[in-house]
Every structure is written in C-alpha cells, then in structure tokens.
Design a protein around this ligand. Structure first.
Ligand code: NAD
Length: 368
C-alpha cells in the first residue's frame, strides 16, 4: 500500500533535475490503410524508385506494394532473414544499385527493417518502413548484423528510417503466439527505459504510455486477432516502446537476450518474452521506485510479478527450456552475460544471474 501511494505521488510529475534528450527527425503516418500513402510519402521525400523488401514468407505483401507503386517500384527483394546476415545485405544492396532504386520500402518485422537499415548504411538511401510486428526497430538508429556467426551492433543516424507507416491492417495476419511474444519484446524496451541512465521525462512518459497501451489492447487482440481498433492500439504501443529503445540505453534484460540469441541461437521475441519478468524482478531490488509505474499499471504488488502474470495470462512461453536451451548451457550463459561489464542499475552478480537463468529456464515465477 505504501509503495502504491508513493507511486501515485511520484506519478504526478516525471520531472528530473538534469537530463539530455535527443529525438530523431522521423515522420510517422498512423492509421488503418496507411500503407496506401506510400507513394505520397515517396513524393514528399523526393524519391521515385523504391526497392520493396520483405521476407520470403511475406512475398505476397511485397507484390501488393509493387503493384500499388506501379512505375515507382524498382522491384522487390524478398530475401530478408533473421539477424541481418552481411552476405544478404550485400546481395540486396547490389540489387538496389542494379535496379536504380533511390529508396527502400521495408515491409515486415525487425528482420526486414534490419535489411533496409543495412542497405541504408551502405548507400545512404532513405527508408520508408511499414512494420508488421511490434519489434520497434523502425524507430531506432540501431542495426544488429551477423557475420561468421558473430552478431555486432552499430548505432548511427545513417540507419534511422526517415518515414514509418503504421497500418493496423497489415498486422492482423500476425499469428496470436507471435503477437504475444512480439508485444512483450516491445514492452521490454519500455520497461528497461524506465531506469535507463540517459532517460528523460519524455522517454519515461512514452514508456509508461506504451506499457499501458499493450496492457489494454493485447488481451483484446488475443480474443479477436482481426480487430482493427485493438491492433491499432498495439501498434501505437509499439511506436512508443520502439521510440524509447531508440532514445535511451538498455541494460541487463537486453544484454541477456542478446547473449541467449547470439550464443545459443534462441528466437528473438520468445526469448524477450520469457526473460523480461526475471530481469525486471532482478533490477527491482535496486530501483523499486523507478519500476513502480509497472506495478501500478497492472495493479500488482511488484513490477516483475506483474509482467509474469501478464505473460501467463496471454499464454506466452514461460520457460527457456521450451525454446531448446539445455540446462547444461546455463553456466556458460551466466558466464557470457557477466563477461563484459556493462551498466545496470543493480550490479550484475554471477551467482544471482545464474539463479535468474535457472528460474527462466524452468518457467518458474521470478524471484521476489
Ligand atoms: P521477424 O521480422 O524475424 O519476423 C518473424 C517472421 O514473422 C518472419 O517470417 C516474418 O515474415 C513473419 N511476419 C512478420 N510480420 C508478419 C505478419 N504481420 N503476418 C504474418 N507473418 C509475419 O521478427 P521480429 O521479432 O519482428 O524481428 C526480430 C529481428 O529484429 C531480430 O533480428 C532483432 O535483433 C531485430 N530487432 C532489431 C531492433 C533494432 O532496433 N535494431 C529492434 C528490435 C528487433
């Protein structure tokens, strides 16, 4: 009760005595059917020939865009894959050059957005992104890419997309299990944004509103996956959470997911969904006040517990062992995650992290 009252008192103002805030110049067009404005957006950018990017699974959507663009389509490249392999990026860049493209239109999840960013890094072509998941990459200047089994991350204004079209009609086809894990992936950006060292009142506002949007809309999307209004609200949440990711630094949660994805080949969104309540519960010991908004949004006693219950009620995967991680790998995962010291609100202690991983592996509730 005391904690709740404190939160409410804090909630009246997000004022910070000092902060530095940086926002990118990104144009966002939001609304069901927004994809149909892609030609207008190209005109506003002063470009005439777009290379449309998707994954092989979304090739039909690429064809729809090419047809919609008519002469403004330079062609399609449907080879986007997870983790943005450098070889694929170079092939797609070559295709863009050969076809005389002067912009890319990336339609898809984080993998397709990543490919558009990789092309922009090499060519400076402007990007129009049409997200079909909630991963949030469209709102960041960050590119993760892989070469020779190693994942590296680049942060540069060169890869920040210029235009985002959020169209709820396109996200309706996202299967419910992916909808849930992708939403929790987005919520992880907001949750870690609440304690980021370089947070600002603006990033905190966006994080709280993004989490609230998912709390309200995700259960409605799960109940009626084709409902446009609730899908739109989840995309609104994705925009806010992705913008937080683009503005402030991440900590333990993202580091753990990066390690598990990179070294054990675990799937991106599912890993985020499982680790999130544990990482937040771990940090809640150090910064309970900064995480109190999460407990308040969900009407729960703790932020870690709130996220665990929400994930459970959305039938999200709860155990890393169900993703194929072996119990014998947990020691190495704990070693890797503690290897390079990085900032986290609570010191990253190897034994405590090993216990966190054990609970996440077994699908147990996060330690209180
Ligand atoms: P994804 O883009 O890999 O998509 C997963 C699968 O779902 C693909 O086969 C895709 O074609 C399909 N899909 C996507 N939207 C669909 C829809 N509406 N209907 C039907 N199928 C659909 O998955 P993701 O989780 O969006 O992205 C993960 C990748 O994004 C990772 O590589 C991650 O590192 C990266 N990422 C980067 C950032 C950043 O800021 N750089 C942020 C978040 C994620």
């Amino acid at each position: 009760m005391l904690m709740r009252e404190k939160t409410r008192a804090r909630g009246m103002s997000l004022f910070q005595e000092e902060f530095v805030a940086t926002s990118a110049a990104v144009r966002v067009r939001f609304g069901a059917g927004a994809r149909r404005a892609v030609g207008d957006e190209m005109e506003a950018l002063g470009v005439r020939r777009a290379l449309v990017l998707t994954t092989a699974q979304q090739a039909a959507t690429a064809d729809e865009f090419a047809a919609m663009l008519g002469e403004r389509s330079a062609g399609t490249f449907t080879g986007a894959v997870m983790h943005t392999p450098v070889a694929v990026s170079e092939e797609a860049t070559e295709v863009a050059r050969r076809l005389g493209a002067d912009c890319v239109v990336a339609v898809g999840g984080g993998s397709t957005t990543g490919l558009g960013k990789a092309i922009a890094l090499r060519t400076d072509l402007p990007q129009i992104v049409v997200p079909t998941t909630y991963a949030g990459s469209e709102a960041t200047p960050i590119l993760g890419q892989t070469e020779g089994g190693r994942k590296t991350t680049i942060t540069s204004p060169k890869v920040q997309p210029e235009v985002i079209l959020y169209d709820a009609e396109l996200v309706r086809t996202l299967p419910v299990p992916m909808t849930v894990t992708s939403a929790l992936n987005a919520m992880a950006h907001a949750a870690e944004g609440l304690y980021a060292r370089n947070r600002s009142p603006m990033s905190t506002l966006m994080a709280i509103e993004g989490l609230r949007a998912f709390r309200d809309a995700l259960p409605r999307v799960v109940a009626e996956p084709a409902g446009l209004k609730a899908r739109g609200e989840t995309l609104y949440g994705a925009w806010l959470c992705g913008t937080v990711l683009g503005q402030v630094g991440m900590a333990l949660h993202h580091k753990l997911c990066h390690t598990l994805g990179g070294s054990f080949d675990l799937p991106h969104a599912e890993t985020h969904a499982i680790v999130l309540p544990h990482a937040i519960a771990y940090n809640e010991h150090a910064v309970p006040d900064l995480l109190a908004p999460i407990a308040e949004i969900f009407g729960a006693a703790s932020a870690g517990g709130a996220l665990h219950h929400f994930a459970m009620s959305m039938k999200a995967p709860l155990a890393l062992r169900d993703l194929g991680l072996r119990e014998a790998d947990l020691d190495r995962a704990a070693d890797l995650a503690t290897e390079n010291p990085y900032w986290n609100p609570r010191p990253v202690e190897r034994d405590a992290l090993r216990r966190l991983l054990q609970a996440a592996w077994a699908g147990e509730p996060p330690a209180a």
